[in-house]
Design a protein around this ligand. Sequence first.
Ligand code: ADP
Ligand code: MG
Length: 220
Amino acid sequence: TEELLRSTEKLVYAGEVAVSIAHEIRNPLTTVKGMIQLSGKDSKLLHYDLIMSELERMNLIISDFMILGKPKVVQFSDEYSSTILKEVLSIFQIHADMNDISIISETIQDVQVKCDRNQMKQVILNILRNAMEALPSGGEIHISLDIEGSFQRIKFTDNGEGMPPEVLRRMGEPFHTTKSDGNGLGMMIVNNIIASHGGRVDITSEVGKGTSVAIFLPMK
Ligand code: ADP
Ligand code: MG
């Protein structure tokens, strides 16, 4: 038990260090991004799009770490799922466009759910990013809203590379990643947030075919 305690303490400490480093990196990163944006696409700067998308990627990784350090103050309100979805898509669309990904939304039944708006955005963004990363040469992400029992189901289906059962089984384990630049925190955050909302996450996947991630949230 003492051994376990020590390793838990270490993990918590490592988390704190990661969060403080993330904070420190965010400021210079924001400056660099701003300068490059100012100098603009038309300047002689080579690989403008690539530089911008890589900077944005760094930004997203930092956001993940900062989430880990956030105090757990949650603010539940009644929200239409489609409204939150639209807000996230307005940010995500640019990444989809850059990666040749079509986002196809079909709203079948949109209802109000009790949720923390910011946390839900984080959940949706993490799922969309995974879908995008599973589609290195483009493809489709379908999003549907419907009702199952007393839950709103928000389902994301990509036609990407999919994953074998052993990866699927370990999905959501902290730091478990198959990506050279992944951190293996995304699905852990998704699971934690959805669990704290009284919901659940269902994932199916087939190698070469794609992956479907459905989140269930209790209706208002
Ligand atoms: P990360 O994205 O940093 O690797 P995540 O927790 O978000 O961490 O995902 C864990 C792992 O689950 C990924 O490394 C990947 O192997 C697998 N995975 C998640 N979403 C998908 C998806 N849509 N398609 C294929 N594999 C996925
Ligand atoms: Mg991820």
